[in-house]
Every structure is written in structure tokens, then in C-alpha cells.
Design a protein around this ligand. Structure first.
Ligand SMILES: [Zn+2]
Length: 198
């Protein structure tokens, strides 16, 4: 199945995707705020990004800037960009990515979290990886809270590191992220998780 078809299906039928669209409402219109590109030509092999679309960017062209890397202050609206050339056409994978990016979009648009700051980005990545079930399946054993926190933290650390590469900012270590997540998960995930998920 093409990625576009998978996404269309998820937007209509997936429980978590519908939940996030409701939280984002009326700030999300898939027709406008979600773009699938055949080819993304970034330094990093991003599968998908939450971006700020610009009417006119710094180079005088219509296009977009990767907001977390370069925020030039020209931004009008935010949206999600899928890079087809970096994603395998796998339904579970596309689902995880879509949920992940929708959490970021919700954090930016509704919760007004500043994802250009390290703290804001760390928080949003925790929420996105936790809610998209990045660490839910674990082969060969029971997933304890500690294993789960360790897994989420590794992904968060990887994302923050790649987003902040080239900037002279200090980012927290994997262990620091893990301690924060273990101590504050209930608070951090308050508006996303129901009792069944905890
Ligand atoms: Zn992310």
C-alpha cells in the first residue's frame, strides 16, 4: 500500500490518531497541514518532521524551513511532512510516525510548547515516543517500567541529538532523560494517557 493510502486510512479509523485530531481541532486539516514528499533532501534521513511552513523563507523561495534546526521567524503555519524516500511502506511504522508527529503538532499548536528549546523538545519527544508506542513491543520478556523508560529515553536522546546537532547547546544525557521520565511520566503524559495505558 502506498504511504498516502495508509495515512488516509489511519486518519479515518485509528483510535489514537482520531483522539489526537480531536485534541488538535480546529487546528489541524490533513489537506493543508500534512504533506507527503516523494523525496526529502535533508542531511539527516528524517522519516517525518513537524515543520513550520513558510510563505517566503530566508532564501526568498516558497518552501519550508525545518523549524527546529533553523527558525527564521517567518513562519506562518505548522504541519507534518512525510519523507517517502526514507520510509518503508509498513503500516505499523507509518502509524507510529503519524502519531509521533501529531503529538508534536499538538504540543506546538495547542500547548504552545517551545520545541526550539532543549527542555521543550525533550518533553515533546518523551510524549511523542511514549504515546506512539515506540517501546511497547519487547521481544522475549516482560517489559518493566524501567525497561520502558530506558527504551523511550534512548529514542528521545537520539532525536534531540540529531535535532540539535550543529548548535552549541548542552543536551541532557540518556541517564538524565531516563530519570526525568521515570519520575515525571504521569505528569508529562497526563493529557494523553488514560488509566488503561499506565
Ligand atoms: Zn520527534
Amino acid at each position: 500500500m502506498r504511504i498516502k493510502n495508509i495515512i488516509t486510512n489511519l486518519l479515518k479509523h485509528d483510535e489514537k490518531v482520531l483522539f489526537l485530531q480531536k485534541l488538535l481541532s480546529p487546528n489541524f486539516d490533513p489537506e493543508k497541514d500534512l504533506e507527503i514528499r516523494e523525496n526529502c533532501d535533508f542531511d539527516h534521513r528524517f522519516k517525518a518532521l513537524t515543520v513550520e511552513f513558510d510563505k517566503i523563507n530566508l532564501f526568498g523561495k516558497t518552501g519550508l524551513n525545518i523549524s527546529f534546526l533553523e527558525n527564521f521567524g517567518y513562519s506562518k503555519t505548522h504541519g507534518i511532512l512525510f519523507c517517502e524516500n526514507n520510509i518503508e511502506s509498513d503500516e505499523n511504522l507509518v502509524r507510529r510516525i503519524l502519531i509521533h508527529e501529531l503529538v508534536h503538532l499538538y504540543d506546538v499548536k495547542v500547548r504552545k510548547l517551545d520545541l526550539t528549546s532543549v527542555e521543550g523538545l525533550v518533553e515533546s519527544e518523551m510524549r511523542a515516543y511514549d504515546f506512539c508506542e515506540q517501546c511497547k513491543s519487547f521481544e522475549g520478556g516482560v517489559f518493566t517500567d524501567f525497561d520502558h523508560a530506558e527504551c523511550v529515553s534512548s529514542w528521545v536522546f537520539g532525536s534531540v541529538k540529531s535535532m540539535k546537532s550543529g548548535e552549541e547547546t548542552t543536551i541532557p544525557s540518556k541517564i538524565e532523560i531516563q530519570s526525568k521520565f521515570l519520575a515525571e511520566r504521569d505528569q508529562i503524559m497526563k493529557d494523553l494517557l488514560t488509566d488503561n495505558d499506565l
